[in-house]
Each structure stands twice: as C-alpha cells, then as structure tokens.
Design a binder for this molecule. Structure first.
Ligand code: 5AD
Ligand code: SF4
Length: 428
C-alpha cells in the first residue's frame, strides 16, 4: 500500500474510443503510482476527456470544466487536464476561456500523452509500483475490455467532425494488439471489444480485420470477441464469413444506417444505397441466423424532407433492429454539411427523433419479449445490490438473482422476463 499516493479523477464524455483512451491514461497514471478516486474533491489531478461529435456533447464537457474551477480555488496544487476531441478542436483557446486549466492535449496526441503527463507531474512524489502491488489497481471491470485497434477516420461523412479531430486513419500493428489481449486474458479478461471507426479498413502487415479476428480467436482465455464499428460501404464477405466461423466472435454487429433515403445518404457521403444496405442485412441474417443488428440513425440532416424521413422509418420497420441510437443532426464546424443551406426546422427534428425512438422502443420490446423462455449464454460483469448483471452474446443486458457468486463467469441463463432495454433471467 502506498501512503499518501496522489489521486486522479477522470471524467469521460463520448464514445467507446474515448473510454478506451481514458483507460490508457488511467493505466499510465497507475504505473506512475497514482491512485484512482471516485471523489473529484480529493483528486490531485482531474482529466476531462471531451467529445465534440455534437454541439450538445461539447457544451456538456466544457460546462464541466467550468464547474471544477471551485476545486482549483480550494486546492491550487490541483492539476486540470482537458483532453480528447474538444481539446483537439479548440486547442489552447480552452485556456483563454478557462485560465485555470493546466494542460490541453487533443485526441490526435493521445499516443504521446505519457511524455506530456510525466512533464506535468514533474518527478512524481510517488514511487513507481513494486512487484505484487499491481492487484491494488485492479480495474473493476477487468472482465470485459475495450481495445483500440485503429485510430482516426478517412471517410469524411459530410456531417461528421471526427476525421478533423481524430485525424487520418492509422491501424495498430497486429502483433501489438494480440500481445495486449494475451496479457489482458492473463489478468482475467474474458471479453474484448475491438474498436475502430471503420474496422473494414484495418490493415497491418498484409493482414485485414478478418485476419485480426482469427488471431484474437486463438488467444487462450478470451471467450468472446466483439467489435465496432463496421461501415456498410465496405463490410466484406470475408468479414461476414469470419463472424460466422469463428466461435468466439459474438453474434452482434453495429452497422450505422444513418438514413433510409438514397438522396440523403448521397449528401451524407455515405457511399452506399438503402438497397445495398438491405442486401448486407440479408447476407448477415443468412450466414448468422441469430445475429443481432444495431444501428445509428441521424435525423434532420440538411434538406431531409418528410418523404426522406418516411423512407428511414420504412427501412427500420423492415429490418427490425435490436437496438437503435437516434441522433438529432447537429451542425459541426469544418464539415461539408455545415456549408449546406436548407436546414430542417428544430421542431421537425424533435418530432422525427421522437418517432424513431418510438419505433425503436416498439421493436426492441417485441424482440425482447420473444426471448422469454429461451436459454442465453451470459457473461456476468457486474454486481449491484445483490443482483448480477451481464450480457448475452447478442449484447443484451440481463439481470440475474443468484445466491451463488457469478461475478466474472459465463453462465447459462433462462430468460424469465423482458423489458425494452433489458432481460431478467435465472441460472440453469
Ligand atoms: N450530428 C448528429 N449526429 C452525429 N453523428 C455524427 N456526427 C453527427 C452530427 N454532426 C452520429 C452518427 C454516428 C454517431 C456516432 O454519431 O449517427 O454514427
Ligand atoms: Fe464520422 Fe463517418 Fe468516420 Fe463514422 S465513418 S467517424 S460517421 S466520418
């Protein structure tokens, strides 16, 4: 036990990629001998990992930076770091608005953050970890981990700021990823989620994403593999076959549709049509009958008419996604869509968003109800007030009441009840 170790607190906004980046920073701080805290008032360093994908997300992150000013007043030694996509977009301007911020470093610099941190913390008063102390910093959710396999995006969907703040696409070497996952497996990780904006573009020494899946499938101790996200414009047959044939790859794919109107998809620069998307769905359902499909829908893109929107509703009713994330269009700087006129009235955006949510709830409730009485394999990742919580291979949350300690285990569960966003079950 290290006495008086410095403490850090990380506030994360946005996507899984940001969560993975926050974990990377946490691991480095742990290795320097700092301790994580859930109470920001006792922190010596606060990192705000920000998101700028929508205006609302950016505001939330920046207003958080505003709120922690008082903590700095109380403790002048507190270091405040603003990281992530807003940090990339606004850079040192953040310090003009929040003079008490010590360090701004953007999403593109994440790979060099360790040097920047070391400088910020100067020579930390905490000794590095000694052997055997590693357990002290065991992550609460070691069972399932995110692994960033590539960074950045080259797709330039016309509404999206990600390529500008996260930079060009770059894959991590396959050996490095497999090594990392092997050591996770040795430290009780059973499930990994491979992260990339478009995993179909993964490339390393002649290997593509399907090859990476095969390599991870061979890692002893890993029981489940998930990934996100696959861009429909180039979801390959090879990848669909790999999903169908590799036993550890879960029967779930997140395949953002965005819109059901070909005119809007074209304006979005998505590079597929609704027909091509439907063909992919058919192929996936044929090869992987139990597959669960989830998607992102963006409403209110400039110029979206009632007719365009109806096409989106039609296709989602046809496909019956297990889960849908619905987003209201938010105009982002630098993007091509920000130069388009013809904005949709806010009240129409709200109305369309509500209609998507309504459809999504109906479909999810119906699909989940059909699971009552079925058997599902569940990986138990959490325990909250006596109830165990886990996920099915199709990525549905299951609550299980059990006298037996199920934490970290793969169990067979019979589904006894279903809600829109979760299931309840008992161990068989
Ligand atoms: N406005 C609203 N939603 C957006 N997304 C990306 N950019 C925007 C934007 N400018 C959504 C897309 C994407 C998801 C991660 O975020 O649906 O798939
Ligand atoms: Fe944004 Fe499109 Fe890249 Fe996804 S694929 S991050 S929506 S530009």
């Amino acid at each position: 036990m290290i006495e008086n170790a410095k403490k850090y607190y990380i506030q994360t906004y946005g996507c899984q990629m940001n969560v993975a980046d926050s974990n990377l920073m946490a691991n480095h701080l742990n290795a320097l001998g700092l301790k994580s805290t859930d109470n920001k008032k006792e922190a010596d360093i606060i990192i705000v990992n920000t998101c700028t994908v929508r205006d609302h997300a950016e505001h939330r992150a920046l207003s958080y930076v505003g709120k922690i000013k008082d903590l700095k007043k109380r403790n002048p030694d507190l270091k405040i770091v603003v990281a992530g996509c807003v940090a990339e977009r606004l850079g040192e301007n953040i310090k003009k608005r929040f003079s008490y911020v010590d360090l701004v470093f953007g999403a593109k610099s994440i790979e060099g953050f360790d040097k920047v941190f070391d400088k910020l913390l100067k020579s930390p008063s905490n000794p590095p970890l000694k052997k055997g102390e590693k357990e002290e910093f065991r992550n609460k959710i070691n069972i399932s981990k995110f692994v960033t396999i590539m960074r950045g995006c080259d797709n330039y969907c016309s509404y999206c700021i990600v390529p500008y703040v996260r930079g060009r696409e770059k894959s991590r070497p396959i050996n490095e990823i497999v090594y990392e996952i092997t050591s996770m497996a040795e430290n009780e990780t059973k499930e990994v989620t491979l992260l990339g904006q478009n995993v179909n573009s993964y490339k390393s020494e002649g290997n593509d994403f399907a090859d990476l899946l095969s390599a991870v499938n061979n890692v002893k101790g890993i029981e489940r593999i998930r990934y996100m996200t696959s861009h429909p414009k180039d979801l390959s047959d090879k990848l669909i076959d790999a999903m169908a044939n590799l036993e550890k790859v879960c029967e779930h794919i997140h395949l953002p549709l965005q819109s059901g109107s070909d005119r809007i998809l074209n304006l979005m620069n998505r590079q597929y049509t609704s027909e091509k998307y439907m063909k992919l769905v058919d192929k996936l359902k044929n090869k992987i009958p139990d597959i669960s499909l989830t998607t992102d829908i963006l409403v209110g893109f400039p110029g979206e008419t009632d007719e365009d929107f109806q096409k989106t509703l039609d296709i989602i009713n046809k496909i019956q996604f297990s889960f849908m994330f619905a987003f209201k269009y938010s105009q982002r700087p630098l993007t091509n869509a920000s130069k388009l006129g013809d904005t949709v009235a806010q009240k129409d955006i709200e109305e369309r968003h509500a209609k998507i949510l309504n459809a999504a709830y109906g479909i999810s409730a119906e699909k989940n109800a059909k699971l009552i009485g079925t058997r599902q394999e569940v990986l138990v990742e959490e325990m909250r007030s006596g109830t165990f919580i886990g996920n099915t291979r199709t990525n549905k949350k299951v609550f299980i009441n059990s006298e037996e300690d199920l934490f970290g285990r793969l169990v067979d569960v019979e589904i006894t009840d279903a809600k829109v966003n979760s299931l309840t079950g008992k161990c068989i």
